[in-house]
Design a protein around this ligand. Structure first.
Ligand code: UDP
Ligand code: MG
Length: 307
């Protein structure tokens, strides 16, 4: 019998945890696999860890890792994948927005159809603020244009992977992790399952609009260097423009003389160019700061307790 590990990152999820555990076992009762649960406590400040300990006492298939502080979902997923020992590994949210009822279909995608990974994407964003959906759509469109790594719109982290693919993912040890990009970067054959958005079982979303915005910038910097090219292209364009203007004013001065005028325009141009320069330096700074973080070679997470 094959062993299937389920990695579940949790951050302040004391309410959702018991609901998850029960629903999961109920909905996957028919599946003919050996289960292993890897719960990751991402520095929760509520009773999530106590919940893990209780589950571990009761069920020996339950293992957990507890972080010394909140490192973010990306780090939690990495830690879980590292600890997982199964032939197949699934990543799931604890809030049941990733329905366990899809697992049998996912497993048959790998075992019967020969895929290396079965991933899921939601086709609707029902129950999400409009403005958030709008920005999310915009982000995926932009990524599609500027990155060679394909990032699928609406893709969730909920997926089932073979051991080979998990090992490939673990070999990418970068500090700034953007899993949606990493999953696609490592390659392998992925089958996509689509489903309607499900609302959270309990508790609240951990992602504010601001956190998502920063996360999307991480994604862009991590998987595209196009923003760096913007600086060069803008530089060349402005040089050409300046050269043409130079000729124009030179000829104009030769024919009509040179009455002093045009201060407001000069100031506007100085401001515009100053703005563009700062913008380009800002882009450079973003890449530099990521490089800086990577060269420090810090661990992706720090464990406080593991069972
Ligand atoms: N999560 C985490 N660390 C964080 C934020 C979230 O481990 O810093 C976990 C969270 O407990 C949940 C999953 O990541 O199991 C998805 O988070 P959430 O449901 O808040 O995100 P959403 O589904 O709204 O995108
Ligand atoms: Mg959720």
């Amino acid at each position: 019998m094959k062993k299937l590990s389920v990695v579940i990152p949790c951050y302040n999820e004391e309410e959702a945890l018991p609901i998850f555990y029960e629903t999961f076992l109920r909905e996957t009762a028919d599946m003919d696999v050996e289960w292993e649960f890897i719960f990751v406590d991402d520095g929760s400040r509520d009773k999530t860890l106590e919940g893990f300990r209780a589950l571990h006492q009761k069920d020996e298939r339950v293992h957990y890792i507890s972080f010394s502080r909140n490192f973010g979902k990306e780090s939690a997923m990495y830690a879980g994948l590292e600890a997982a020992t199964g032939d197949y590994v699934a990543i799931m949210d604890v809030d049941l927005q990733d329905p366990p009822s899809l697992l049998p279909e996912m497993l048959s995608g790998i075992e019967k159809e020969g895929f290396d990974c079965v991933a899921t994407r939601r086709v609707t964003r029902k129950g999400e603020p409009k403005i958030r959906s709008l920005f999310a759509r915009g982000f995926y469109k932009l990524m599609g244009k500027i990155s060679r790594t394909e990032i699928v719109d609406g893709a969730r982290d909920f997926r089932l992977m073979t051991r080979q693919m998990v090992d490939a993912i673990l070999s990418l040890k970068e500090y700034s992790r953007f899993s949606k990009g990493i999953f696609s970067w490592v390659g392998f054959q992925t089958k996509w399952l689509e489903y309607e958005n499900v609302e959270r079982s309990a508790g609240e979303t951990k992602w504010s609009f601001w956190k998502l915005l920063i996360y999307s910038i991480d994604g862009i910097i991590g998987f595209s260097t196009v923003p760096l090219a913007i600086a060069s292209v803008a530089g060349v364009l402005f040089c050409i423009l300046a050269f043409l203007l130079l000729i124009f004013f030179f000829v104009k001065a030769l024919i009509w003389g040179d009455p002093v005028a045009g201060f407001p325009a000069t100031i506007c141009i100085i401001l515009l160019l100053g703005g563009i320069q700062l913008f380009c330096i800002g882009i450079l700074g973003q890449y530099l700061s990521k490089t800086y973080l990577e060269t420090k070679n810090r661990p992706i997470y720090i464990t406080k307790e593991q069972k």
